[in-house]
Design a binder for this molecule. Sequence first.
Ligand code: NAP
Length: 351
Amino acid sequence: MSPAKTPVGILGATGVVGQRLLALLDTHPWFEPVWLAASDRSAGKPYAVAARWGLSTPLPERFAALPVSPAEPASCPAKIVFAALDAALARELEPAFAAAGHAVISNSSALRMQADVPLVVPECNPEHLALIERQPSYGRNGGFAVTNPNCSTVGLVLALAPLERAFGLDSVFAVTLQAVSGAGYPGVAALDILGNAIPYIAHEEEKLEVEAQKILGRLTAAGIEPAGFRVSAHCNRVAVVDGHLESVSVKLKRRAPLAEVAEALRGFRGRPQELGLPSAPAAPLLVTEAPDRPQPRLDSGAGGGMTAVVGRLRPCPLLDYKFTVLSHNTLRGAAGAALLNAELLRAEGRL
Ligand code: NAP
C-alpha cells in the first residue's frame, strides 16, 4: 500500500454496495481497502470465493485472495469503515463499531434519522457533519457514524436543494421507478419482476417522505430543525438494472418563471466541487432539454454515476412545476455517496 493512502475497511464487502465500494476504491487516490468483512458464511474464505462478483469491470486482482474477515470491530485495523449492511444488522453493528473508535460511513437506514447522526449529501448539507461531535463515542475515542440517504432520496434532494435555496419549497409529490439492483442481491425474483412493475417497496415511501427535510434542515444547538415542506411519495420497482427514475412535482413558496427555475438547477454546485474532492462530479445536476430524457440505460452513468440528470422541466397544473430526475442508485445512491462523505470528512480534517 502506498504510504500516502489511508487504510479503510468495508463491512458487507461481498454485497451489491460492498462490491461497488471495492471497485471505486481500487483506484482511489486517498483510501486503500485492507479489511473486507461479511457474514459467517463468507468469513475465512478468499474474497473471490465468498463474493459473487457482479460488476462488468473485473474484480481487482489484489483483493481476490484477501480473506474475508468476521464482522467484529476488534478484527478491523482501519479507523474508517464503510458499512453496507441490511438495516436490522446495521442497527446492532454500526454503533458497536463507532463505540470501538471507528469512523463508520454508513449506507443503511438504521441510524439515518437518529438526532445526533448526520444524514449527509455533501453538496446539500456539509455543515451537518458537525453533529458527529455530539455522539457519545466521539468524545471517548473519536468513533462516530455518518450516513447517506436512501438511494431514491439522493436524486430527489439534489434537485430540491437549489429550489429550496432559491425559492423555498412548500410541497413535493414524487413517483419513483426504481431499479432492481436497489434491492441488493439476489433481490426481487426474476418471475416477479420480468415484464412487470411492482407498486410497493417495503419502508421506501416512509424514508422518502422524511429524509429530504432532515438533509435540507438547519443545524441548531438543539439538533437538526427539519425543512418545512411536505413530501408525498409513491415507490415502484421496475425491470431496470441500475438507475432510479423519479417524476416530481413541486410547489414553491415564491412563484418564479420557468427560466429562473431551470437556471437555479443548472447553477447548483456545492462543497465537493469547491474542494475538488476525488469523487465529486463537475456538476451534481445535469439539466437536459431532450424531450425523452433522462433514461436509466442512457443517462445513469452521467458524471461517473455521480451526477443526477434532470429533464422535462415544465409547468404543473396541480403544483407549480414538474420534472423527471434520474440518479444511479448504487453509485450516487450508495457507494459513491459514502465515498464522497468520507472524502468530505477527510478534507475538513474530521478523520
Ligand atoms: P446485499 O447485496 O444484500 O449485501 C449485504 C451484505 O451484508 C453482504 O456483504 C453480506 O455478506 C453481509 N451480511 C449479511 N449478513 C451478515 C451478518 N450477519 N454479518 C455481517 N455481514 C452480513 O445488500 P446491498 O444492496 O449491498 O445493501 C446494503 C445496504 O445498503 C442496505 O442497508 C441497503 O438498504 C443499503 N443501500 C443499498 C442500495 C442499493 O442500490 N443496492 C442503495 C442505497 C442503500 P454475505 O455475502 O456473507 O452474506
